[in-house]
Design a protein. Structure first.
Length: 589
């Protein structure tokens, strides 16, 4: 083998690995996080989890990526360990599709149709179409399709270059002797394991083996243990990904590792024990790319069929290795445990944003509860309720820190224009919900001070404040519903609601001044009432901000201030009618 053959081999390998990475990246971007959302929501049934694991892996062309995704789900508490097992088993079947795609290189024939089926014939066409789509289109979806086409073309070009580079090796005795050395089951298994662990892709290492098979020097005796080693080597990526993760995430990675160790170990012992007695005649015959794909697929399908009914054994095994700690059991019982925003999801921004939205909804619920409880302390102060409000406000602060840090990290990823807008809206809404919780604390502080000084509002002030409290309770409830459900119709009514609350604030202050002049209320209680009204009004302002942010996300080309001006114009009949309805509903006595 001269230097030029070696350069061709290295160049082909580089193109092959880059093409596979490009293809997988394009497929993940095209899915837009939908595959992750499907996996998250449709894996309650173990059989469904198995099928989804296979389908998702076949689409994104990487069992390692699927397993890392699952580790992230388990780490963040989205998916239970028992549900993750089916997905992991399915991923081992889904990854076999890549070998069948690569085996297209062996298609032969003289007819036009047969020639066009060869990747070397249609790859240049895909490449030029893909390049034009990347260069000429502005739409993200079409660009991703172009990346997939170019990635596939580079992948197949690299495969063809490798095959051509290694073909002359069949005539070199030293090369044949090296391959014969790998026919030793232990050495072959270690070779497949190390290769896959280094390049962190069983699909890529299978492709390299298929390229070597074009020499005709790779026998079943050599290929079988290498394929077995590749099955174990693919676990390395998942094991590395769980560094610094929760114990449950480490258990998910161990499921993948133990499963492959068990099926490979069981097969190796059984197969070579029988071979020592029967002496399989086919072991000396040469392997082809199609035969590698067939063996890889049949082995993984049979392995899943055998192991699936005993998946509970894998779960017990990992719990024996990593038993549950007291801290874990306490965390399971703690309803306030915040869902961790896992860094593994940053590579799929659409799904990461979905998780941020879910976490923000939880934060919004805590802020709403804090505000409603805080208002109750004005009627009758209760230290337990006050402490509950304090806990909820601390929780809202924690959510804000977690979400802001995560969203800042996410902003550095490759985001579409739509994703960037959603990220910006989430940042604003997180801040608004945190401020609502702050106003709840301010209200509780005022209520505590009144209780300590044994101060009370006049009967009239209490009646007015009760109506104001009802209005604020309704607007915060509507705001959280709008944010959770992206309810655009209801969002349009948040702004007139906020205007009515502003009018309530002005009217309550005016009425207090009248009572003050008549000597029916003290100056000190006037300051207290003004403080409460101010916090009510500012909380409603943040509700308005959230409503406008939701509308801004879903309606093109308008600025928040311009929209507010449009909404509040006197010629806006809908706005005026809604204000009239709300004023009648929350009319002061």
């Amino acid at each position: 083998m001269d230097i030029f053959m070696l350069l061709n081999l290295i160049g082909g390998l580089a193109l092959f690995l880059y093409g596979m990475d490009m293809l997988g990246d394009g497929l993940k971007k095209l899915s837009g996080g939908k595959l992750e959302i499907i996996l998250e929501k449709l894996t309650k049934n173990k059989l469904m989890a198995l099928l989804l694991g296979a389908v998702v892996t076949a689409i994104i062309q990487s069992s390692s990526a699927t397993t890392v995704m699952v580790v992230g789900f388990v780490n963040s508490g989205i998916m239970q360990l028992s549900r993750s097992i089916g997905v992991i088993l399915g991923a081992n079947v889904g990854t076999t599709i890549t070998a069948w795609i690569l085996s297209l290189a062996e298609i032969s024939g003289t007819g036009f149709f047969m020639k066009m089926l060869k990747p070397t014939s249609f790859s240049p066409i895909l490449a030029i179409i893909g390049v034009f789509m990347i260069m000429l289109t502005k739409k993200e979806k079409r660009k991703n399709i172009g990346i997939i086409l170019v990635g596939f073309a580079i992948l197949m070009t690299g495969m063809d270059t490798m095959s051509n580079a290694v073909e002359p090796l069949a005539e070199i005795p030293e090369f044949t002797n090296i391959l014969l050395m790998f026919s030793n089951p232990i050495l072959g298994l270690l070779a497949g394991l190390v290769l896959t662990a280094i390049i962190q892709s069983s699909s890529a290492s299978i492709g390299i083996l298929q390229a070597l098979c074009t020499t005709g020097a790779v026998s079943y005796a050599t290929a079988i243990p290498i394929i077995m080693g590749q099955n174990i080597g693919t676990c390395v990526t998942a094991v590395l990904s769980c560094t610094g993760a929760s114990r449950n995430a480490k258990r998910a990675a161990l499921v993948h590792l133990y499963y492959n160790f068990i099926i490979v170990g069981g097969f190796m012992v059984l197969f070579y024990a029988v071979n020592s007695v029967v002496d399989f005649a086919f072991m000396g015959t040469s392997m082809s790319a199609v035969k590698v794909a067939l063996f890889h697929t049949v082995f993984n399908i049979i392995a899943v069929i055998v192991m699936f009914p005993f998946s509970f054994v894998l779960e017990k095994l990992v719990y024996m290795t990593l038993p549950q700690t007291e801290e874990e059991l306490e965390a399971q019982n703690d309803k306030k445990l915040i869902q961790i925003l896992d860094s593994r999801f940053l590579s799929t921004p659409k799904f990461a944003l979905e998780q941020c939205k879910n976490a923000t909804v939880e934060m919004a619920e805590h802020s709403k509860e804090a505000l409603i409880l805080a208002m109750k302390t004005l009627e009758a102060f209760d230290e337990k309720i006050a402490n509950k409000v304090s806990d909820l406000e601390n929780l809202a602060d924690h959510y804000e820190d977690e979400l802001n840090n995560y969203l800042v990290k996410l902003s550095s990823q490759h985001l579409t224009e739509e994703d960037s807008q959603q990220l910006s809206v989430l940042l604003h809404c997180v801040n608004d919900f945190e401020r609502i919780a702050d106003h709840a604390i301010n209200i509780v502080s005022t209520a505590r001070e009144m209780n300590e000084k044994e101060q009370f509002f006049s009967k009239k002030a209490q009646e007015e404040l009760a109506i104001y409290t009802a209005a604020l309770t309704d607007i915060i409830t509507d705001t959280v519903d709008v944010f959770r459900n992206d309810d655009l119709e209801k969002a349009k009514y948040i702004e007139p609601f906020e205007e009515v609350i502003d009018d309530l604030s002005d009217e309550i202050k005016k009425r207090h001044m009248k009572r003050l002049r008549k000597g029916k209320c003290s100056i000190e209680m006037g300051f207290v009432l003004a403080d409460v009204v101010t916090n009510y009004e500012r909380a409603s302002d943040h509700c308005s901000n959230v409503g406008l942010s939701v509308l801004q996300l879903h309606e093109d080309n308008f600025e928040t201030h311009e929209y507010q001006e449009h909404m509040s114009r006197e010629d806006n009949a809908t706005f005026v009618a809604e204000m009239k309805r709300l004023k009648e509903k929350y009319m002061l006595p």
